[in-house]
Design a protein around this ligand. Structure first.
Ligand code: ADP
Length: 380
């Protein structure tokens, strides 16, 4: 509504970030402060706080240092480990803060690398341990983009889309050596594809769900501060929800590693095709369409303000029994399932969301989450 709105809306969809202070009701698709919180430096800092408190629970994020502030610490800690274990030959990845799509990223073997000196002078960055043994498919390194719906911050409600995308490297992977360190098409994943692999899916899913929940928990305290300052309690204002893009790398042993969180994941369903040399055209991308349309559709379903009303009416007539529905999606292709357990407040809906409220038993067990509660993280 570039020229203003005539009447209030149920759902407001902002393109980039939360910015409209003239909304007094309804639901907005961005949380205040989310863009700031998931930048490389702030995310690393938020996860580090939790790593210090719960090192075992937060070992899904590579050890990271913030540059230039922690350059001395980085050098000293690397030296310390090297002194203890001379056979340790680490690789580090340097990522400028606020960069995206691989912009400005490079690999180094040693803190004394001359390129690091340049970065230190130019812009803030994160340097982190490089994961040398990623899982490969057809000899290629890949990472996973998952869509996560943060439906509410308080109480914390998180949904994970069952379908995501994978980006594959185009050059076969080799562990880093001084010779191949510059082959970015081997070390940075960069192409969208669907993934169908045959590993212990249940275990991987449960680890990924834990990773997502723990990452959101790490961001929550500061997100609440942003929320209270932009939407103070007791004054008319909207509630917020947000679709996040989680970039995850699987290690050879299938352990998921968090690479980054994107507050504004691309929802484009077309890609550029080179028709003839130098001539490009946007064409529909079926993979993007299948994954992303489902994510937006189910987000709108879950945020539908009339749903609660309908549910309450239905639950009265159903007498609060566990009910299972088999739905057929609009295209009539795949049956999707909506099941619910009104007693526990667990809701799985549509074909694409995996519910992951801490403490409930969704399809996959939630690993260390209950443990987190015992340690008091749940009260953050
Ligand atoms: P960007 O926002 O520029 O995409 P990312 O943090 O997602 O930055 O990194 C880009 C790519 O680099 C990732 O997709 C992944 O393939 C690779 N990468 C990033 N961090 C690591 C790491 N710690 N270990 C191994 N590979 C990494």
């Amino acid at each position: 509504f570039p020229f203003g709105r005539r009447s209030p809306c149920d759902i407001y969809w902002h393109g980039v970030s939360f910015h409209d202070n003239n909304i007094f009701s309804g639901q907005v698709n961005k949380f205040p402060g989310m863009t700031e919180m998931v930048r490389k430096i702030t995310l690393s800092r938020a996860v580090r706080i939790m790593q210090n408190l719960f090192p075992e629970e937060y070992n899904f994020y590579p050890r990271s240092w913030i540059l230039p502030d922690e350059f001395q610490l980085f050098t000293a800690q690397v030296q310390m480990v090297k002194d203890g274990d001379p056979s340790w030959k680490p690789t580090f990845i340097v990522k400028p803060d606020g960069g995206c799509q691989g912009d400005g990223i490079y690999l180094i073997k040693d803190p004394s690398d001359i390129r690091l000196a340049g970065t230190l002078q130019r812009r803030p960055a994160v340097v982190q341990e490089y994961i040398c043994k990623p899982l490969l498919i057809d000899k290629l390194k890949f990472d996973i983009r998952l869509y996560v719906l943060l439906k509410s911050l308080d109480p914390l409600e998180i949904y994970i889309a069952k379908d995501g995308l994978s980006r594959f490297c185009t050059e076969p992977y080799q562990e880093p050596t001084p010779k191949n360190l510059h082959h970015i098409f081997m070390h940075l994943t960069n192409y969208s594809l669907n993934i169908h692999s045959g590993v212990d899916i249940k275990k991987v899913w449960s680890d990924i769900i834990s990773l997502v929940i723990k990452t959101v928990i790490a961001l929550t305290p500061e997100l609440k501060v942003f929320y209270q300052s932009d939407i103070p309690a007791g004054r008319p204002g909207p509630t917020c929800f947000q679709i996040l893009g989680f970039d995850i790398l699987l290690m050879k042993n299938l352990k998921p590693i968090l690479l980054e969180v994107n507050a504004n994941p691309s929802m484009r369903i077309e890609h550029e095709q080179e028709l003839s040399p130098g001539v490009f055209e946007n064409v529909p991308s079926l993979v993007d369409e299948e994954v992303k349309v489902a994510v937006i559709r189910d987000t709108l379903r879950l945020m539908d303000p009339l749903r609660k009303k309908r549910e309450n009416q239905e639950s009265l007539s159903l007498g609060l029994n566990i009910q299972e529905y088999n739905l057929v999606d609009e295209a009539g292709k795949e049956p999707s399932q909506m099941c619910r357990d009104l007693g526990q407040g667990l809701l799985l809906m549509g074909s694409s969301w995996r519910e992951c409220q801490p403490g409930t038993e969704a399809e996959a067990p939630l690993g260390g989450v209950d443990h987190l509660h015992e340690n008091g993280v749940g009260s953050h």
